[in-house]
Design a protein around this ligand. Structure first.
Ligand code: ARG
Length: 361
């Protein structure tokens, strides 16, 4: 344990911090079979009494991050929670260093297309304002964030699929960093049976790296802990590119497929949606980039539920997030119900208070 990591912000007032710390350290020692719980608890209490906070060991941090994923009620990909690789970067707190480690994160998580789940945990005072490390300026979802970037001096070039700079808050100020082209892996979308679909010029980035959620473990909060898995094709093809208030591509896809868009009863929306999903699956596969389909992902989720039951744990979930937006009733999640109450460790979304706010909530 090093001096500079002691200053991690407690998420809770002291009494709750102690309770959360005890609960988590007990969970850690029990689940990992690590001996010495009593001694660890005594040491933690002593550190809290002396400093108002305490420091997780790298092993505790790593396990806590994995359990936070396991507890993520909206995530259908939780079967792989134990495979999360956690980078302990709690000693990193200067913006250019954070940026360097984020570039390494993007490269290593992409892993030549064999995407691996990865999290980078940064030190106190660091915060990434972007909701994800890779986001596009012309995606209406990012309009508010683009407004914030403009306050920091960013100006869009006005291109389609323009990648946004990273806004990193560190040591009390926000700095912008452009992502170099080679840091952002993208896949052009095309359809094996409908060549005209490629002419739409659709593409998407390979990695979803969530960067606006704090990791909460043992009563401590890590505001900068970006993490990624791999995409499920519905996220891109049934939401990001398809939603009317996102890229709204279904009318153009329908024209490329030569569908009758004058009558709803032709189900042109559904057919365009289905073929766009086929196109995304096909394009990622041809590009050698890992991505899962919704039938496989939900079957894996059912296996996750079985494993959790064997471990004596209840799986919590937000059903409306777990079902896929395409053909949900064909998947095993459809007929199941979940309790949605959140457990810790977990991730909490902490929206940026704005350039003129405290930056903390
Ligand atoms: N749905 C989000 C998007 O389309 C990504 C959320 C995380 N997804 C994941 N497969 N880990 O960008």
């Amino acid at each position: 344990m090093t001096a500079e990591t002691v200053a991690t912000l407690p998420a809770e007032p002291p009494a709750e911090l102690l309770a959360e710390a005890e609960a988590f350290l007990t969970l850690f020692h029990t689940e990992t079979g690590t001996p010495g719980l009593a001694g660890r608890l005594a040491q933690m209490r002593h550190e809290v009494a002396q400093t108002g906070s305490y420091t997780l060991t790298p092993a505790e941090l790593s396990h806590g991050a994995k359990v936070a994923w396991r507890n993520s009620t909206r995530c259908v990909g939780r079967l792989y929670w134990q495979a999360l690789e956690v980078r302990d970067l709690r000693h990193v707190s200067a913006a250019p260093d954070v940026f360097g480690h984020l570039l390494a994160h993007l490269r290593d998580a992409f892993n030549g297309g064999h995407i691996k789940p990865l999290m980078s945990v940064f030190g106190p005072g660091v915060r990434i304002l972007n909701p994800q490390l890779i986001r596009y300026a012309d995606d209406p979802l990012n309009a508010d964030f683009c407004g914030l970037l403009r306050e920091f001096g960013w100006q869009p070039r006005g291109e389609r699929f323009e990648v946004l700079p990273l806004a990193i808050e560190a040591e009390g100020e926000v700095q912008l960093f452009d992502l170099p082209k080679n840091a952002v892996q993208e896949v052009d979308i095309w359809h094996p049976d409908y060549p005209a679909l490629a002419d739409l010029g659709l593409k998407w980035h390979a990695l979803p790296v969530i960067s606006d959620m704090s990791l909460e473990v043992g009563g401590l909060r890590f505001a900068a802990a970006p993490f990624n898995g791999w995409y499920m094709q519905t996220e891109i093809a049934a939401r990001d590119l398809a939603d009317a208030d996102r890229y709204d591509a279904l009318p153009a896809v329908a024209r490329a497929l030569d569908l009758d868009t004058r009558r709803e009863r032709s189900l042109w929306r559904d057919r365009a949606l289905l073929e766009l999903n086929v196109a995304v699956l096909h394009s990622f596969e041809a590009a050698g980039v890992k991505l899962v389909d919704h039938h496989t992902a939900t079957r894996h989720f059912a296996r996750f539920e079985e494993r959790e039951a064997q471990a004596g744990r209840e799986v919590r979930g937000k059903w409306s997030w777990l079902i896929p937006p395409l053909s949900p009733a064909t998947t095993p999640v459809w007929g199941r119900r979940y309790r949605a109450r959140e457990e810790k460790p977990n991730f909490v979304r902490c929206p940026y208070a704005g350039a003129h706010g405290t930056g903390r909530s």
